[in-house]
Design a protein around this ligand. Sequence first.
Ligand SMILES: Cc1cc2nc3c(=O)[nH]c(=O)nc-3n(C[C@H](O)[C@H](O)[C@H](O)COP(=O)(O)OP(=O)(O)OC[C@H]3O[C@@H](n4cnc5c(N)ncnc54)[C@H](O)[C@@H]3O)c2cc1C
Length: 247
Amino acid sequence: TSALLELEGGRSIEASLVVGADGAQSWVRDAAGIDSHVRPYGQQGVVANFETERGHDAIARQWFRPDGVLALLPLPGNRVSMVWSTWNDAADRLLSMPGDDLEREVETASRHALGALRLITSPRGFPLRLLRVSALVRPRVALIGDAAHNVHPLAGQGVNLGFQDACELAGVLRGRGAQDDCGDYRLLRRYARARSEPVALMQAATDGLQRLFNNPSFGLKWLRNTGLRFTNGIVPLKSFLVEHALG
Ligand SMILES: Cc1cc2nc3c(=O)[nH]c(=O)nc-3n(C[C@H](O)[C@H](O)[C@H](O)COP(=O)(O)OP(=O)(O)OC[C@H]3O[C@@H](n4cnc5c(N)ncnc54)[C@H](O)[C@@H]3O)c2cc1C
């Protein structure tokens, strides 16, 4: 009638429900025996923060390039967070170059949109992958966030998906009525049913965009060069991404 978690220090916690919100390498997911299927994209997201010469006006900017997608996301003040999703060899090159070379490389790739850039954190690379799980719930266990799904960051939807999981799970638990066991499997399956379609749709959308923008055989240089103008033209796809970005 309860789940028991044994912590490293010897302490244990007994609870009706364990929510696995422990990220892509989720221990909870493994401990619950939930299988995950991983498809590596062969790319890394190279992440670093920069100080910018010009103000970003709170605008997130992306450039769709032959070698991947560069994003400069606004931070407070004249600072931005870079996510450059690119093939492993290109990512290794970015990660191994001296800081001032990286500054020049990003200035050029971003067409000097924010003027001169000054690197303020060490760049780090994160392998990008599509991760699907065989189940979102088990008796007394529910997965949320990256423990439940990983998507390519090109549409900036990872955090939103996780927030939506948390909202849905909280709603199901709040609305459980006479059922006072919040780890009850039938109750948790309501959460799983509600989330499976939106998560699968977002995975398909981001995976499809990733293939489109990264497949040289499409010969869509013009498409990359015009960025998301194509997505803007596909009204249902644009509405889908905007709707999900707004939650
Ligand atoms: C390169 C890159 C760029 C991205 N860019 C974007 C973007 O622009 N927009 C966007 O929306 N999303 C983006 N994402 C995705 C986003 O980062 C994730 O979707 C989001 O961080 C998932 O949140 P989470 O809380 O589920 O997992 P995490 O952020 O991974 O948090 C999990 C937490 O659990 C803790 N934890 C793990 N194991 C244990 C343990 N055994 N005991 C205790 N604590 C533990 C970890 O320390 C961590 O604090 C990006 C991802 C990558 C890799």
